[in-house]
Write a protein that binds this ligand. Sequence first.
Ligand code: GLP
Length: 296
Amino acid sequence: MGIVHGRAGAGNVGRREILEAREYEIGEDGGNMLVLLNSNYEELSREAARIVAGAVRSKPNATLGLATGSTTVGMYKELVRLHQVEGLDFSRVVTFNLDEYLGLAPKHPQSFHCFMTENFFSHVNVAARNIHIPDGTIGGDYEEYCAAYERAIYEAGGIDVQILGIGRNGHIGFNEPTSSFGSRTRLKVLTSETIEDNRKFFGPGEEMPECAITMGIGTILEAKKILLLATGEAKAETVAEAIEGPITASVTASCLQLHPDVTFVIDEAAGARLKQRGYYRRVMEMTARFTPNRLS
Ligand code: GLP
């Protein structure tokens, strides 16, 4: 299948116009942060898929911001099931992936292109022309390429639902610690921690990319709705820092505390270091009672 690499849409829209057009749309409940504590990975995957499916049903031409990483696999599997069994229709959906390793061709087995094809796109009916993933093989004018990716997001009407995972060091996309909260899609140098974490996916002796193209924190924060998925105890510390710690570029996921419609969809193990677990459960119950739309 052909995949568009986000070159499309290089119109002459100015940066200021883009920023002005991307004001937050705060929901009827005024905007808030929710923590959905699930008992295990299967449940969190179903919950995340349910929310994405709800967004697609209510807006069939929704723009989805997509993430890779092992955490998202279960959610994609459930979305594929909903497509195949319940006819969930992605034919008008537009997608933008967060990131791609620099230097990896789309066919490279460890590329995020390949991940998306294997886990999602080859099983559902997203139109090839509506798929955007940064091209890891571009050489030359990276700034122009990244600006065109931003313009394509703008021309698609902005991102309706942005899916995120989280790195052990608190990164979202490949926005490593100390990334600017105003950053846009750009070339990013990976930290040695991220390189080590992801080396296991590459063969012995195979060179691991040291850079990536990633949407910026500023790009992510302009999504209308954000879901962050996290599973397992290895993420517990960083999840607690992101949700309950200070807002700091040292844990870039903590920027989500500034967003008016963010939901952390996590399991018990990933939430084990949260101090306010009991409170989040009560908030969930009250939300289900008073503002159930916030959970859809
Ligand atoms: C990579 C991706 C992130 C993802 C992270 C966590 O660094 N760029 O978007 O969140 O991996 O991956 P995993 O879910 O495998 O822990």
